[in-house]
Ligand binder design. Structure first.
Ligand code: GSH
Length: 378
């Protein structure tokens, strides 16, 4: 066994021991399977090209739907410090946000109950290991779909729920209006993200010298910028809009127009459990399709009993589309009724009545010039 295999094996066994110590028989069994798979990783494939990411192959076996049914809840990896996306509302102590609503949607599809979910908050560095180990069923946490993540982290990306790009925030009174204005400056950035690598690539390509100031979670990164430790603060533009409201003086900052990268954000399931992947994929598509057809949580019941075959299929009144995934045929009806269509999810968390008032941009229906496009429900 080479050194890399050995180290991965030792850390996997440690995780297994930790889980035994914490109790929970189902988790322990899952991790035991993982150990067998992890040692098969070839040493050559451990560099994902992203800092802070650990390569590991997932369990090819496993039936996440059955695990979820036995447990009675869907466990989602999420965020706790990104308002609008994944955040603990201090008034209610509940998780809220766009990503959290997609977790609820998966629970509605898989269990018929949008409240049957749990959130495991994760930092950027933690998110892939908790998916790989089986601690969570699905990761829904502003995670960018990249080739290396898709092929080297034992994960399968499901449809993009939010098309984003990396941005840069600066203080208004700095007078900086473009990335070039940051020449010789310091930039606050979070580790374990695409952000960190894009920053280096874009600044190198443009010949801009800078010093990264790196932190391992969102709060520390924002606080460092807010306290004046950095001239710029970079992450996904959605993340910047979200973090801006937490700054001491939100209006004293501006997000530059430049977009430094493509950041398609969406859910991830474990590679190898294709049925569970299908469930998450079609749950997202259900929210797209419902919006396209004008069906939402408030009017869905008025569509029942109609004679449009497209609607009948979507709501499970005709055909057998749920059965192919091991679900009841009304799974998408439950998603729409209990959580809503894509526009409802977007507006509830990011729309005009929220502090973010984020324009839909690329996140519009394909019929409105955006990128949201569900394959047919037939
Ligand atoms: N989309 C990028 C960045 C995602 C990311 O982790 N963003 C940070 C900054 S907004 C975050 O969510 N941090 C939350 C935390 O660490 O608690 C990626 O997938 O790497």
């Amino acid at each position: 066994m080479n050194k890399k295999y050995f180290l991965v094996l030792v850390s996997a066994v440690l995780v297994a021991l930790l889980l035994v110590a914490c109790g929970g028989q189902a988790q322990v069994e899952t991790v035991t399977v993982e150990v067998t798979r992890i040692v098969e990783v070839p040493a050559a494939s451990t560099d994902t090209g992203q800092t802070g990411e650990t390569t590991a192959m997932p369990s090819a076996e496993g039936n996440t739907l059955q695990t979820v049914r036995d447990r009675g809840t869907v466990k989602c990896g999420g965020n706790q410090s990104v308002p609008g996306f994944g955040y603990i509302n201090p008034d209610t102590n509940e998780f809220e946000g766009f990503d959290i609503d997609f977790c609820k949607a998966v629970a509605a599809a898989a269990l018929g109950d949008a409240t049957a979910f749990e959130i495991r908050p994760t930092t950027a560095n933690e998110r892939f290991p908790v998916l790989q180990s089986g601690e969570i069923d699905v990761l829904i946490r502003n995670t960018t779909w990249t080739l290396s993540r898709d092929t080297q982290l034992g994960a399968d990306f499901q449809p993009t729920t939010f098309y984003d790009g990396q941005g840069m925030m600066v203080r208004k009174d700095s007078g900086i209006t473009s990335l070039e204005g940051l020449e010789g400056g310091t930039i606050c950035v979070q580790s374990g993200t695409t952000t960190e690598k894009n920053l280096a690539d874009v600044f190198r390509a443009q010949g801009i010298n800078f010093e990264p100031v790196v932190f391992d979670d969102a709060d520390k990164t924002r606080e460092a910028y807010d306290s004046g430790q950095c001239d710029g603060f970079t992450t996904d533009k959605s993340g910047l809009v979200s973090q801006q409201i937490l700054l001491a003086e939100p209006d004293a900052h501006v997000i530059l127009d430049e977009t430094m990268s493509k950041e398609p954000l969406g859910p991830l399931t474990r590679h190898g459990d294709n049925n569970w992947g299908d469930i998450v994929m079609w749950t997202v598509n259900c929210t797209f399709e419902a919006e396209e057809l004008g069906i939402d949580s408030t009017n869905v019941d008025t569509f029942l009993g109609g004679d449009d075959p497209v609607v009948q299929n979507l709501l499970g009144e005709a055909g057998d589309l749920g059965a192919g995934m091991g679900l009841s045929n009304d799974w998408c009806y439950q998603v729409i009724k209990q959580v809503g269509n894509y526009a409802e999810i977007y507006n509830r968390n990011l729309g005009p009545d929220t502090p973010f008032d984020l324009a839909r941009g690329l996140n519009q229906q394909w019929t409105d010039g955006g990128l949201l496009y569900s394959p047919p429900f037939r």
